[in-house]
Write a protein that binds this ligand. Structure first.
Ligand code: PEP
Ligand code: MG
Length: 325
């Protein structure tokens, strides 16, 4: 599939109406790194650091993490890499950690909740990231931030880590960006301060959709029941984008839907600046964006909502058929 799209690999995803959408890839393992060149990705929009923890049978040491993260940054050269701190719990259980017996793991003690309650591993990760950056730019993102204070507490850990590393004489990142994933509906309604203080936001559509519709993303019976192009869900995305616009906060989308061309088109039309997806999806998504007019797509979405459609999909498919896409 990647050779099929080779001719557009180096092109930026600029639409017919002149808007440019950032095309990033999701990664997490060393095996993903060659895709940075072959897919035409502008960088890694989501590096799932937990994958390095999940493929081991014991907790990695800090020195191992430093060398892993340094290799990722070396491979990326000057492309941006968004390192998401450990997102464990729920479906991702570390074999060497005591399992917690929770009735609803997806709603349980996971991700940043673990990071803040038992900060040892989070601190080790932050230290390893700063050391790996070794004076280069560094981008860190916290998963599963459900309220403003979780972000400020996590960010305070970054400041502490910087101070510790400075005292030890290690070079600090030349530029540091600290962002949050937006994957619970609650944080879409956080105070303006939250949107002002984050350096960027990334919508984790997989979890956001699961919690918005109360439909388990792991449960085959319900996971396809609600369409991403459902007008209610798109309204939520629109509100998030609007709030980000008010505070000039860059916003990305990194759930699986970013790699589905029609869904990606709708998300981009709503005004999300960057998409991050599996590398093989970059070609097909970019190809559709290059042929599309996002203003026209936006109008299809608005008209569908005003008409009272449940999902924008039928109208959008008709629009694509008519415009020959
Ligand atoms: C998401 O929730 O959309 C996301 C990108 O994170 P993960 O799939 O790793 O939970
Ligand atoms: Mg998630």
């Amino acid at each position: 599939a990647q050779t099929r799209y080779a001719s557009i690999r180096e092109r930026t995803a600029t639409t017919r109406c002149g808007k440019t959408v950032g095309m990033f890839m999701n990664a997490g393992l060393m095996a993903d790194l060659p895709s940075l060149q072959s897919s035409g990705a502008e960088g890694v929009g989501l590096f799932r650091t937990e994958l390095q923890f999940l493929v081991r049978n014991q907790m990695p040491r800090r020195s191992e993490l430093v060398s892993i993260y340094a290799r990722v940054l070396d491979a990326a050269q000057d492309k941006r890499v968004v390192f998401r701190t450990l997102d464990i719990g729920s479906d991702k259980v570390l074999p060497y950690m005591r399992p917690t017996d929770e009735p609803n793991p997806a709603l349980g003690w996971r991700a940043i909740r673990v990071g803040l309650d038992k900060p040892g591993v989070l601190r080790m990760q932050l230290q390893a990231l700063i050391r790996a950056a070794d004076g280069r730019p560094l981008t860190v993102m916290f998963p599963f931030i459900a309220q403003y204070e979780e972000y400020t507490s996590a960010r305070a850990e970054v400041d502490k880590a910087l101070e510790r590393e400075r005292k030890l004489g290690h070079p600090l990142p030349s530029k540091l960006e600290v962002g949050a994933m937006l994957e619970t509906p609650s944080i879409a309604f956080a105070s303006r301060r939250f949107f002002e203080e984050v350096d960027f936001l990334s919508i984790g559509g997989n979890d956001l959709k699961q919690f918005f519709f109360a439909a388990d993303r792991e449960n085959e019976r319900v996971r396809r029941r609600y369409d991403t192009l459902n007008v209610s869900f798109l309204s939520l995305i629109e509100q998030i984008v609007e709030r980000c616009r008010e505070t000039n906060t860059p916003v990305s989308f990194c759930g699986e839907d970013a790699g589905r061309p029609v869904e990606a088109l709708a998300i981009a039309a709503i005004g999300v600046h960057n998409l991050s997806m599996r590398p093989a999806s970059i070609g097909p998504v970019k190809s559709l964006l290059l042929r599309s007019d996002l203003d026209a797509v936006r109008k299809v979405i608005t008209d569908a909502r005003e008409r009272g459609d449940m999902s924008v999909r039928p109208a959008l498919m008709e629009h694509l058929a008519q415009s020959g896409s």
